[in-house]
Design a protein around this ligand. Structure first.
Ligand code: ARG
Length: 561
């Protein structure tokens, strides 16, 4: 309704207003708007006259069974359910919700890009969820999508691992605990480095540097360490990603780009884009892009930095993939960094649209009711532990019912992932076990349950073979209106990269469905065959939209729950 009015006002008066819609007493209609009064001044006409012009256009759409004006210019409309059903029928396809808007264009989406030094932590839950949803949104709107896991596999971590392993660990422990041992060694060594620094010593720090230099000089022992540790870490990352149900096409990490980055820096120096400081470090000044801080692209000792590898990544993608857009799913704390990086890309003449898809942190509720960043409590919260806990909670939710392990896993993931989309990604989210599993709230399991219920009915009674003229669709009107909104919603969510809109929509659809069953029997009691076929026809479409929408969020519909 907002949509239609917005477009009519735009056509009539070339203005861009978000009309306020209310639900009047049903005797006046389904919707009411005082927009004619709202815009009278701006348009320079009296409200009554505006209302008349708008009403004429509303009638032309054929969507309404009744359009009237009340008082000084209130517009009341009643929707014609049958007309809406015809509209849905003609818009319908097996790909309902998908479009070709991005056809012929290529996007690279980068996620979850964890760091290899430590076990997968909840710090990379949002990059995975948001990155995956973005990939899905782009796919559903017809883009060619290439995904890349930009691993944090380069730099100090390797030196710290090797040094730490030699001092604080042994083969047996590594054998036994794998990546968790590596993570422990990493943390212990970081602590030891800090302590020696406070004492003014550099014994360990020198050792770390030495290993890094050895690695760069292709030293056999350093390479062997690196390969071994990386294999352990990578297997772990893949196992976690499999559990999360996410994957990528490529896995080109920082280590792959470091040598290319150094070459690129040399070129930037030659062309004068970058400048070398007296200490040997290299910067790219970005004053002309509004930054008084330049981007540091090489350390004084010649080592590559995060920005060096990202510089190379951008150049590599331009050459190999030639994307129209690149989406980086990385947390809010790197906003400044990415704005600098993108400014540097502009300076290099790169036209590709580079998007930092940022999001807030995950907070947790402490027992005393305070809220704090989830990973700050005990150092890190491990992703595998979180998933184990989620599966235990999901089992408890379906306790006593006949639900497969596979479905329990889907419910667990549904709860965790949906929580990522309950508000705009830029806000911090709260991780509260009770609300993420709330079967009566704005949660994944709530929507999944609604989808399971619809599927069960359709499974039992069929998809429906409705003859539209044979039924009035009045009790289904709200749901038909909702279904009609879906394709435009997916397009908008993809354009703005705002998957939370899908979550909000699915929640409303689930709520509407629950209300619907309360009032309307679908296939039981005294329903006529016309009613039954019509209602099943609506349900099978709802089923499609639930599955489609949830799959954008990386969530599957269980068979039962
Ligand atoms: N590994 C990084 C981190 O966890 C994220 C990498 C993001 N991608 C990039 N091209 N810089 O902080």
């Amino acid at each position: 309704m907002e949509h239609i009015l917005h477009d009519i006002l735009h056509d009539l008066y070339a203005i861009d207003v978000q009309p306020i819609i209310s639900r009047p007493d049903p005797q006046f209609g389904d919707y009411a708007s005082n927009v004619a009064l709202q815009i009278a001044k701006q348009v320079g006409k009296n409200p009554r006259q505006i209302a008349e012009e708008v009403v004429e256009k509303l009638r032309e759409t054929g969507d309404f069974s009744e359009v009237t004006i009340a008082g000084p210019g209130f517009i009341n409309v009643r929707l014609s359910a049958v007309n809406l059903m015809h509209k849905l029928q003609s818009a319908w396809s097996e790909r309902y919700g998908s479009s070709d808007e991005g056809k012929g264009k290529k996007v690279i989406v980068e996620y979850p890009s964890p760091n290899m030094a430590k076990p997968y932590s909840v710090g990379h839950l949002r990059p995975g969820n948001q990155g995956w949803a973005s990939k899905r949104l782009m796919e559903e709107t017809g883009w060619t999508v290439v995904t890349d896991n930009h691993l944090g596999d380069y730099g100090a971590p390797l030196g710290i691992w090797i040094t730490g392993f030699r001092h604080f660990s042994d083969e047996a422990s590594l054998e036994k605990d794998g990546v968790y041992e590596l993570g422990r060694v990493y943390i212990q060594t970081k602590k030891a480095l800090k302590e020696e620094g406070e004492r003014g010593e550099t014994v360990l720090a020198d050792e770390v540097q030495q290993w890094l230099l050895k690695y760069e000089a292709d030293d056999q022992e350093a390479i062997e360490y690196s390969q071994r540790f990386n294999t352990i870490s990578l297997e772990h990352i893949h196992a976690v990603m499999r559990r999360l149900g996410i994957s990528t096409d490529y896995e080109l990490g920082e280590a792959f780009f470091a040598p290319r980055g150094k070459e690129a820096v040399t070129k930037l120096l030659e062309t004068g884009v970058a400048t070398q400081n007296d200490d040997g470090s290299v910067i790219v000044p970005l004053d002309e892009y509004g930054f008084d801080v330049p981007l540091l692209v090489q350390k004084s000792n010649g080592a590559a930095l995060y920005a060096t590898t990202d510089l190379a990544t951008i150049l590599y993608r331009e050459e190999v993939e030639k994307p129209d857009k690149v989406i980086y799913a990385v947390g809010a704390e790197q906003q400044f960094y990415f704005s600098q990086l993108f400014a540097m890309a502009k300076k290099l003449g790169i036209q590709t649209e580079l998007v930092h898809l940022w999001f807030g942190v995950i907070d947790q509720l402490n027992d005393d009711g305070t809220r704090e960043k989830m990973s700050s409590r005990k150092g890190v919260v491990l992703m595998e532990e979180l998933l184990d806990q989620a599966e235990a909670k999901a089992s408890a939710v379906v306790e006593g019912r006949d639900v497969s392990d596979e479905d329990v896993r889907k419910i667990a993931l549904g709860a965790i992932k949906f929580n990522d989309f309950i508000s705009d990604r830029r806000t911090n989210i709260l991780f509260d076990w009770n609300s993420i599993f709330a079967l009566s709230g704005f949660s994944g399991p709530y929507v999944q349950y609604a989808a399971v219920r619809v599927n069960k009915i359709v499974h039992e009674h069929g998809f429906g073979a409705p003859v539209i003229e044979a039924y009035d669709y009045e009790s289904e009107k709200a749901i038909i209106v909702k279904l009609l909104e879906y394709p435009a919603l997916v397009s908008a969510a993809a354009r703005e990269l705002e998957p939370h809109r899908i979550a909000g929509y699915l929640y409303e659809l689930a709520r509407d469905m629950n209300r619907y069953y309360e009032a309307t029997p679908v296939a039981t009691g005294s329903v006529t065959d016309e009613q039954k076929q019509a209602r099943l026809g609506i349900l099978s479409r709802v089923s499609h939209v639930f599955t489609h929408g949830l799959s954008i969020l990386g969530i599957e519909v269980p068979v039962s729950m």
